[in-house]
Design a binder for this molecule. Structure first.
Ligand code: GLU
Length: 477
């Protein structure tokens, strides 16, 4: 049997963390078993449809690298993959159910149904449509809602690949609507028909569908079809507690993570761990590694904690794995000097958790790598003891002298070896501490209190630029 999984979004908004995880698990499982992953659009609720949602969701999946084998754009053996174009199929199943005596047109007006509901409420019993099944009905002309006539009211027991044995009783069963008055099928009906027609073997979705499962099962029974394996995913809980995931915590548009400079492979890694674990301590996974390791038997039942810090740390790990060239291109990093930008990547890799942070750093703390700083004489002399008014000047002259003897480009370690003995000797000699040399040097190069150390700066700027900045500093003293 070929594994066939599907992701079946309704185009009512964007792809958020929860739906992206559902898609990911279905995709991982299909890839792991050399199966097929299908994206099917469930657009039967026209009132809730949001323009542009389909394109936005598909772009999000593409960005994550969750590639489908069958869908609206690439087609496939069971097309069309959008429910509004499958109305004939639902109709033919509906007629089959009518013929078998398992469906009937709803003869009531909205007011009549409302009256039934009210009476049930007054009598303190649940309102069930099946209590009002008409004795006889006319033929279905498509203008009335078509209702399912639940064949047997009984307790259902079923196996869920994650939750184990589940059961629900009569209360979950009612004569639900199969096809609405507007000609569109309900979700309850359409998704079952599509899953049958598209030969779906495993259905991954959230816990909110568990309570309706007896409805689906009784429909499978009436149609004499075998239901797929149900794989119920745990809820995602917000940071630090039992509350549901809030917008701030990450129930936001997946593409926002792209804007904030997260890598798609980080999101895939992070989402995979939201409700699944490999069994060991390993947390870092490439998408390929996940396909290897993924297994539905290790999906947890209890809620999964959304942890933003973990997301950031994983992102830094994935960013660090990129070559320096990839880091620049995937991070869309730009600067006026490509050579210096390239040399700054190790610093960025160390300090940034997202590409947005890396970009900010290039504009802020590291902007001195690309433009000469504006210097203040007071700051330059900030570490100078009052009794040694010429100390800064002497220190910068000393450093300048040493730089002149060095090759044009060298690594920070080599710069450090060349300058450190001088800074240390001055410490004893001038009693200003190492800082008496290192501070003005760093400030002369960066014009800022916060910057990388002077050796790193010199190494990135090159000896010529570093010397010229020190000369500029000396000129204002
Ligand atoms: N269209 C449904 C939703 O977006 C799909 C549920 C399912 O996977 O069956 O919630």
């Amino acid at each position: 049997m070929t594994v066939r999984t599907r992701f079946a979004p309704s185009p009512t908004g964007f792809l958020h963390v929860g739906s992206a995880r559902t898609a990911l698990y279905a995709w991982l499982y299909a890839r792991k078993h050399d199966g097929k992953f299908i994206v099917r659009i469930e657009d039967t609720d026209k009132g809730r449809e949001v323009e542009g949602a389909i394109g936005h969701m598909m772009e999000s999946l593409k960005w994550l690298g969750i590639q489908w084998d069958e869908s609206i754009d690439v087609g496939g053996p069971y097309e069309p993959y959008i429910q509004s174009s499958r109305l004939d199929s639902y109709r033919s199943y509906a007629l089959r159910l009518i013929d078998a005596g398992f469906a009937y047109p709803d003869p009531y007006t909205e007011e009549e149904v409302e009256a039934f509901r009210k009476t049930a409420e007054e009598e303190k019993r649940p309102f069930l449509f099946r209590d009002h099944r008409p004795e006889t009905t006319g033929a279905w002309d498509g203008s009335q809602p078509l209702r399912f006539k639940v064949p047997t009211i009984k307790r259902f027991e079923w196996e869920d690949a994650v939750m184990g044995t589940l059961s629900a009783g009569e209360e979950a069963l009612d004569d639900f609507i199969l096809i609405k008055g507007d000609g569109y099928p309900t979700y309850n009906f359409a998704h079952v028909i599509d899953d049958i027609e598209m030969k779906i073997t495993h259905v991954m979705r959230g816990q909110e569908f568990v309570s309706s499962t007896p409805k689906f099962l009784s429909l499978y029974e009436a149609l004499n079809e075998v239901p797929p394996v149900f794989v119920t995913l745990p809820p995602i809980l917000g940071d630090g507690g039992n509350k549901k995931l809030s917008k701030r915590d990450g129930a936001k548009d997946i593409l926002d993570y792209r804007r904030e400079g997260y890598l798609p492979e980080t999101l895939v890694n992070f989402l995979a761990l939201l409700g699944w674990s490999p069994g060991g301590d390993q947390e870092f996974f490439t998408p390929f590694g996940l396909i290897e390791a993924f297994d539905i038997s290790r999906i947890q039942r209890s809620g999964a904690q959304f942890d933003e810090d973990k997301l950031k740390h994983l992102n830094r790990e994935h960013m660090r794995l990129l070559s320096d060239q990839e880091y620049i291109s995937r991070g869309q990093l730009h600067a006026t000097d490509d050579v210096r930008l390239f040399k700054a990547v190790p610093l960025l890799k160390e300090r940034s958790y997202t590409f947005a942070e890396a970009r900010e750093m290039l504009e802020g703390e590291l902007s001195c790598l690309f433009r000469s700083p504006e210097l203040s004489a007071d700051q330059l002399k900030a570490k100078e003891p009052a009794e040694r008014a010429d100390l800064t000047k002497e220190a910068l002259e000393g450093v300048l002298g040493l730089l002149e003897g060095l090759p044009a480009q060298l690594p920070a370690e080599a710069v450090k070896m060349a300058l450190m003995p001088y800074a240390d000797s001055q410490e004893a000699l001038l009693k200003g501490g190492r800082g008496a040399v290192l501070w003005p040097t760093r400030y002369a190069l960066s014009g800022s209190e916060r910057s990388p150390d002077p050796f790193t700066l010199i190494s990135i700027l090159g000896i010529e630029e570093a010397s010229s900045r020190i000369r500029a500093a000396l000129a204002i003293l």
